[in-house]
Ligand binder design. Sequence first.
Ligand SMILES: [Zn+2]
Length: 864
Amino acid sequence: MSTLNLTRAECAARGADIADVSYRIVLDLGNAEQLRVPTFVSRTTVRFTSASGQTWLDLAAEELLGLTINGVPADVSEYDGARIPLSDLRIGGAENVVSVSAKCRYSRSGDGLHRFFDPDTDEVYLYTHNEPTEARRIFACFEQPDLKASFDLVVTAPKDWVVRANAPETGRTEGEHSMTVSFAGTQRFSTYLMALAAGPYHLVEDEWRSGDQVVPLALLCRRSQVPYLAVEEIWETTRAGLDFYDEHFGTPYPWGKYDQIFLPEYNIGAMENPGLVTFNEAYLVRGEATLRQRTARASVILHEMAHMWFGDLVTMKWWDDLWLKESFADLMGYQVTQEVTPFDSSMLQFALSRKAFAYHYDRSPSTHPVVADIADLEAARQNFDGITYAKGASVLRALQELIGRDAFFAAARSYFSAHAFGTATFADLLAALQQVTDVDLASWAQDWLHTSSPSVLTPLPSVVEQGASERAPRRNPSLTLTQQCTDRITGRSILRPHRLDLGLYAVRDGALTATATVPVTFSDDAVEVPIESAVDLVVVNDGDLDYGLVRLDDRSRETFVAHGSSLPNPLTRAVVWSSLWNECVDAEQSFVTFVDAFCAQAPLEQHPMILESLGSFIAEGLGSYLPAAERDRQAARAAGAARAAYEQADEGSEQQRAWATACALIGEHTDALRDVLATIATGTAPALGGNLDLRWRAAQSLVARDAWTDEQIEELLRADDSMRGRTEALSARSGRPTPASREAVWARMFGEEQLSNDTQRALLAGFARSGARIADFGEAYLAMLREVWTRYPQSMAERYVRAMPAPDLAEGDVDSHPFLRQVGQLAEDPSLPEALRREIALQLDDAQRALRAQAKAARSGGEN
Ligand SMILES: [Zn+2]
């Protein structure tokens, strides 16, 4: 094992040994514009106390130039590229001063100090991303969350650059070509939160006030993105969020200023660095954004802002408790968006899309309890997943319902004040919560946070009368609701306490009407619920307060397919669509049923957020969950419905944009939308011409059908002559479904040195659209899996593992599929790193799930 992979045990020992840490970091980035120079010089002075007299510093540098320990030069030959051993330290509370100078590498993978050359303006931009442990690529440090420190930063950079860090600038001296900028010393926080951005960034400033507190606000992006920076909308969300957290969290905003910066080649959505939050530039939509995009942007802004308290002010002691910050921030992001911004269908998006992210991981063999067991860093990196974020958020939302919203925020306030600028564990949070409620939270936590896999909730109507209908209602029916769950980690059967609403609906005059809402609380394997009136549709978990995979009874499913869009509440519709989707993913229903519901109900649906999500579900299902023989027919049906709805939507309406997006996605799987896609891609579609991202998505689907030439790609590139345009064009070209193109893309993905993260993503997305088959790439894929972990940083390696060619039912069934058997052997191969095997197991599970769904659709093909 490389010494880069820190373990929980050794960090716990170091955490107990070391105290009172502070860093003075001096970075010379004056050469940043010379792209041929791969490194910069980093000088760090670390002050700390030690109990044992020996420890190590983390540093992932190109070269260690010098080391002094308490003023005495020390031997640098023991440096192994990851750790600097320190010995003969002062003990007994005396301060140690260690100075390290090193050559560190500018990154192209999005981790550490990333350097980006902007071909749009011939400018260089730098920014950092350090979670979980990339600060050590920039300076020597104790890289673990519980060793919080204050940071004193000095940066030399090209003259006239904008340089921002966690704390405000305190002064600068200017030379002929460069300048040196000093920043205020920070409050104490963890190394993964240290942040810096430097370059000719565009800067907009404002401020937010609460009583005597004034918080300077800033928005930044690279200069070519200024037209897409939705300044007013972002300020509005920012202010509303600060007002909310200021009122509910008790502790005033802790970090002085609040900068938000949008960045290219960014690996993830966003990162909560105190005082300098970094965002993926994709949130700057190029053209008229859809409601879903604007809601997602507000939600990520409020997610990161919640972290200023959950995570930054009070930090998890070790990565086991990553959920302590992520689940809370995720819930706050969606909930606060719903409450304080104009984007009041945020919780609908949570029900429909965000929870699908949770279920994807939770039903797989890679599942884990929300409170995870994280033995080392490679495992920590993998836990930024659907469980830590979305499942944790769902469970916390249920907790909020259980103990009451006021009590929930009261507990948060006491947690912040008790642990401000320190670290905490799950036990600390539980203690804060238990103070405000009589509910036994230890048992609740055991059932929800320490177990894995979702419960399956199934309604069984216990009275089924033949001929029941609107005219001859059933009498005194009742319903049995069951729960079932086998924890995939322990193999044990799990029963959880559920609190949810049953929504009961009847068809009246051709539309669904609510007849009753029945609250149900149960923790046994089944509960019987009396139902007063005749019911055509039972919605389990109406209002989406519970977490679990919900099944539909046959009558309810038929009713929804026939009348679903008439359900009065859009959140109810989202909950049923989500159930129907999950039934198909789990091969309980044929995906053809989902297409039936889509064709019948989506064209009547008015909520743009639901429409756009349905477009994604349909496209995903067409790609994975149908046997080859069914694919064209079902794709043509879905395309027909989407085309009609798109053409009938009001000019320039949210619905029209949502349908255009759906068409662009569905069009990848059928030739039936070629003309629609061509009008979108060429910008001749009415009212949509301005949205460049949508134009590229349509073009990419056309290329995947081999219905768009390289000249046409070049033409679109001329309309969007930018770095983002070039990346989209690369992705488009990589999706051409010819053997020669696929071979070339594969070779480039693994042949090129220094592939940037965005280039890798563009190539992978194109390759996925190109329809590569196992017969052609199976062997190359298996060979790649064996070496990918050692060749690439983990973030890039994981993306490569996801490049598995799609399996087809014709190639063998789920259990005897020869390729999947080989993949399964690798997933069990003890010579491969555990984190790699976990990623392989997840891909294998997706592939097996797809085959089971295809088999289900093949079996029930005649019924539809
Ligand atoms: Zn987060």
